[in-house]
Design a protein. Structure first.
Length: 181
């Protein structure tokens, strides 16, 4: 199942709603609108909602943040409180955490940092990874290790390998331009 299809089939967890949270309208890129991540959508009324909701792009129609659709995600991850939007991407075996550029250190604060490291460790064991996106800056988390990637384009391919080391896994990370994949 594609991520878009999985997102479309998703429904909000009972008792959860966007309720004036519009952070996804700021943090996520929307190709159909040529809107980069980390900037407010021209059609968003922050704290209220989308002014073109009935005609919003397909990407917006099918997106539901991880906090909204996954009851296992703790309440403190609510985007308007945490300043982060979780985006589960099972087809790529990754979780993307979009961090508000106005609060770039939000993910380093407790309890988020420890929880992200735990998720990153589990994902790495299963061949996946956790990607933090703050504007154009990307950081990959693999277990307890951080890999600053800088700017990563949607067409770029992120690859990593691991090998045993004296203190656990040693990771090597590369980003290949989309045309070189």
């Amino acid at each position: 199942m594609t991520d878009a299809r999985a997102q479309k089939l998703a429904a909000p967890v009972a008792g959860r709603s966007c309720d004036r949270c519009t952070l996804c309208c700021k943090l996520l890129p929307v190709e159909e609108l040529a809107k980069p991540g980390g900037t407010w959508c021209q059609h968003c009324e922050p704290g209220t909602g989308c002014r073109i909701y009935a005609e919003r792009p397909h990407a917006c129609q099918v997106f539901f943040c991880g906090w909204l659709i996954n009851g296992e995600v703790a309440l403190h991850w609510r985007p308007r409180d945490s300043r982060m939007v979780l985006h589960f991407q099972p087809a790529q075996n990754r979780t993307v955490v979009h961090v508000d550029p106005g609060r770039p250190d939000a993910w380093r604060k407790a309890p988020y940092h420890a929880e992200l490291q735990a998720v990153a460790s589990r994902m790495a064991e299963g061949g996946g990874y956790l990607l933090l996106v703050c504007g154009t800056n990307h950081i990959m988390l693999l277990g307890q290790q951080e890999f600053p990637l800088g700017r990563v384009l949607p067409s770029d391919q992120i690859h990593y390998t691991r090998r045993p080391g004296a203190a656990g896994w040693v990771y090597d990370v590369t980003v290949k331009p989309g045309d070189a994949a």
